[in-house]
Design a protein around this ligand. Structure first.
Ligand code: GTP
Ligand code: MG
Length: 305
C-alpha cells in the first residue's frame, strides 16, 4: 500500500490523506489503524489548553522552532471548536503558524464538531498517524472550554495551561477547574500590563499544589521565556517516558470502553427498530397504559435475555 510507505517517510500529502480518512471514513480508518497500531505509542503527547486568545497557537509556533533546535520533530494538531475545515479560526491558525510550517513542523486542524466521543476518536487516531510518520512530540492545541479540554488532558502525557493578563476572568478560569490538569502553567503575553500580578496569583493559587507544576512567564511577541519553555518540555518528555506505561494502560482501557459502548449503542439502536417487545411496550406507553420506567425495564430485560 503506497499510502503506508509514504506515511512512513513522513510525506505531507500522505499524512493529510490519512488524517482525512480518520476523520471522514470509518471503514478505511479501521483498516489504516489495523496496519499502523503496533508501531505507535511511543511519542510524547503534549496538550496545550487555555482560554480563547491566550496565545496558544502563537506559542506553539515559536516553541516548535525551539523544539526542533533541541533535536525533536514536533507535529501539531489543532482541535478547532468553532468550525470545520473551511472555518475562519483555522485560517487564522494557519496564518499565525506559518513560521513553524516553514521549519518543517507538520500542522493540521481537526474539527471538534459532533459527539465528544468523535473528537477523541479523531485525536487519538490522528496522533497514531503522526507517530507512524515519525513525529515526536505531538502537540495538541485545544481551547479550554469544558468537555474537549478534559478529554484532551486524558489523552495528553504532558498538559500545558496558558493564561494571559488580558482576559479579566483569568483567575476565575483558574479556579474553574484548570488547576488540576497542568504540568506546566504559562502566563503568556508577559509584555503586557498585569502579567506580573497574574503570575503571582497563579503561583499562589496553583504553585502550592501537590503536582508541583512548572510556572513560567512567556511572551511570543518579545520572544521571552520561549527557549526555557521548550527546554522544560524536553525534560518533561524524558521524565514522563518513565511513567508513560501506566498512563498508557489506562488510556487504552478508556478507549476500549468507549468503543465497546459505542458499538453496543449502535447495535441496540438498530435492533430496537425491528424489535417486537419494543413495539409492543412503546404502544402501551403511548396509550398511557404503562409508565416509561416500567416499559423501559421490560424492554431491556427482553433484549438482554
Ligand atoms: N502582546 C502579546 N500578544 C500576543 C502574544 N502572544 C500572542 N499574542 C496575540 O494574541 C492573539 C491571540 O493569539 P493566538 O495565538 O491566536 O491565541 P490562541 O490561544 O491560539 O487563540 P484561539 O486558538 O483562538 O483560542 C493574537 O493577536 C496574537 O498576536 C504575546 O506574547 N504578547
Ligand atoms: Mg489558536
Amino acid at each position: 500500500m503506497t499510502l503506508l510507505t509514504d506515511l512512513k517517510k513522513g510525506k505531507r500529502g500522505a499524512i493529510a490523506k490519512a488524517i482525512s480518512i480518520i476523520e471522514n471514513d470509518q471503514k478505511e480508518a479501521r483498516k489504516l489503524i489495523k496496519q499502523i497500531f503496533s508501531k505507535t505509542g511511543s511519542s510524547s503527547i503534549i496538550g496545550i489548553t487555555g482560554p480563547a486568545g491566550a496565545g496558544k497557537s502563537s506559542l506553539i509556533n515559536v516553541t516548535s522552532v525551539e523544539l526542533r533546535k533541541l533535536g525533536t520533530k514536533p507535529a501539531v494538531l489543532a482541535v478547532d471548536p468553532t468550525s470545520h475545515v473551511t472555518g475562519g479560526a483555522i485560517l487564522g491558525d494557519r496564518v499565525r503558524m506559518t513560521e513553524s510550517t516553514d521549519s518543517g513542523t507538520y500542522i493540521r486542524s481537526i474539527a471538534s464538531r459532533g459527539a465528544t466521543g468523535a473528537i477523541s476518536h479523531s485525536v487519538r487516531n490522528s496522533i497514531r498517524v503522526l507517530e507512524y510518520a515519525g513525529f515526536n512530540p505531538i502537540i495538541i492545541e485545544s481551547v479550554g472550554a469544558g468537555q474537549t479540554e478534559i478529554e484532551i488532558s486524558n489523552i495528553a502525557d504532558i498538559t500545558v495551561v496558558v493564561f494571559n493578563p488580558h482576559t479579566g476572568d483569568s483567575i476565575q478560569t483558574i479556579k474553574a477547574g484548570l488547576t488540576e490538569i497542568g504540568d506546566v502553567y504559562l502566563v503568556n503575553k508577559s509584555d503586557l500590563d498585569g502579567a506580573s500580578q497574574l503570575y503571582d496569583a497563579v503561583r499562589d493559587y496553583i504553585g502550592a499544589s501537590e503536582k508541583n507544576p512548572i510556572i513560567l512567564k512567556t511572551s511570543t511577541k518579545k520572544n521571552r521565556g520561549i527557549s526555557e519553555f521548550a527546554k522544560k518540555l524536553k525534560e518533561l518528555m524524558a521524565l514522563k517516558k518513565k511513567t508513560k506505561k501506566k498512563q498508557e494502560l489506562s488510556q487504552l482501557e478508556s478507549e476500549l470502553k468507549d468503543i465497546v459502548l459505542n458499538n453496543i449503542n449502535e447495535k441496540i439502536t438498530t435492533l430496537l427498530n425491528s424489535d417486537k417487545t419494543y413495539a409492543k411496550y412503546l404502544k402501551k406507553l403511548q396509550a398511557r397504559e404503562i409508565n416509561p420506567f416500567e416499559a423501559g425495564d421490560k424492554i431491556t430485560k427482553a433484549l438482554l435475555k
